[in-house]
Design a protein around this ligand. Structure first.
Ligand SMILES: Nc1ncnc2c1ncn2[C@@H]1O[C@H](COP(=O)(O)OP(=O)(O)OP(=O)(O)O)[C@@H](O)[C@H]1O
Ligand SMILES: [Mg+2]
Length: 338
């Protein structure tokens, strides 16, 4: 969640900014140094009518201003500086200790965590569970803040959030519902628009986690032909690039879900399913976890991470959302003995 200090950093405070630049930025709705620092030069150039180069210079200045107060790494800094920034990372529990363990303690801020898997493997259930847990105080495994839920498949259900909140013993589940800001997306351009303006929503809703369920289904559906593939990948690239910047600057967590599709190259591929989105998504996300069904349990596999070990764990889905398999075994024993 952005701290008071950074949201107070006004564009007027940016060293060397000219009044004309200031008024142009304000005219296109860029209000803060944070927003400027997370902007893409091409977007600003298009909106202001200025050159990409001059917009790049402004963005660099905004990033330097944030670096000077320790909110971003400088162009060159020591590994110790990076460590200091990484020490600000917070972790949100998934509801399952095993899955948290696979993730090194939970979903990290300053990162994009992607969950890919077949239908019914628990991706949306995890999103609902995280919406509740993110509200719980940090000392109890949450992030102690609000949630932005971007729903592209119309599968968000407040009733399910309510049920999970009750299972967590939260006395006022209505309060949780009021702290989840849901945006239903109706097409790929709408998603691009919301992501382009996300910095504003992050500040307005004081969100500590953004959940996108699912990230590329609309682009896949709308850009299906080979001739439009390049266009689609460019759009995806831009969206993910924006998310990476926002995660870093705002110290928030991004959770993205993704589908799997059958792999046409089944002759040599060891896995008949492959994750949608190609290399663009694979390279942009920080962590990729694959979910698969195993009877009433689910298996999570850490597929791609800069520092986690390759590994897999079991979890399951209950009224409480994502839980450890032992928890449901215990629940079943209680029910059976009671
Ligand atoms: N209240 C509940 N209690 C226990 N299990 C539940 C509950 N609600 C849903 N489930 C289980 O969650 C599974 C569906 O998971 P989910 O909707 O997260 O799949 P998904 O990975 O998002 O699939 P898709 O790719 O179709 O979106 C179902 O198998 C269902 O049994
Ligand atoms: Mg789903």
């Amino acid at each position: 969640m952005p701290s008071q200090a950074i949201t107070d950093l006004h564009l007027e405070d940016l060293p060397g900014i000219k009044p004309i630049e200031l008024s142009k930025l304000k005219r296109i709705g860029v209000e803060s140094v944070l927003e400027l620092a997370t902007s893409i030069p091409q977007d600003l150039a298009e909106d202001t009518g200025d050159k990409v180069e001059s917009m790049s210079i402004l963005i660099v200045r905004a990033r330097k201003a944030l670096a000077s107060i320790g909110l971003l790494s400088k162009e060159f800094c020591t590994a110790a500086d990076i460590m200091t920034r990484r020490n600000q990372i917070m972790r949100c529990s998934t509801g399952s200790k095993s899955l948290d363990g696979l993730l090194g303690g939970g979903i990290e801020t300053q990162a994009l965590t992607e969950f890919a898997g077949e239908f019914g493997s628990g991706k949306s259930q995890l999103c609902h569970t995280l919406s509740v847990i993110a509200n719980i105080p940090k000392e109890n495994g949450g992030l102690g803040g609000n949630v932005i839920f971007i729903d592209t498949e119309n599968t968000f259900r407040p009733e399910r959030v309510h049920q999970i909140a009750q299972a967590y013993g939260i006395t006022d589940p209505e309060e949780i519902l009021s702290s989840i800001f849901v945006c239903k997306i109706y097409n790929s351009s709408h998603l691009e628009f919301v992501i382009k303006n996300l910095a504003k929503y992050l500040e307005e809703f004081r969100a500590c986690i953004v959940i996108i369920d699912s990230v590329i289904s609309l682009h896949r559906a709308e850009f299906s032909g080979r001739e439009t593939l390049w266009d689609r990948q460019q759009k995806l690239n831009l969206m993910l690039h924006r998310l990476t910047r926002l995660a870093e600057v705002y110290n928030i967590a991004f959770v993205l879900t993704n589908q799997v599709q059958s792999n046409p190259d089944t002759t040599f591929a060891s896995d008949p399913m492959k994750v949608a989105g190609g290399n663009i998504l694979a390279h942009a996300t920080t962590y990729r976890i694959f979910f698969r069904k195993a009877g009433r349990n689910r298996i999570a596999v850490m597929q791609d991470s800069p520092y986690h070990e390759y590994g897999s764990v079991k979890f399951t889905i209950s009224a409480k959302g994502i839980v450890d398999t032992e928890d449901t075994d215990k629940d079943t024993r209680n029910i059976e003995s009671g």
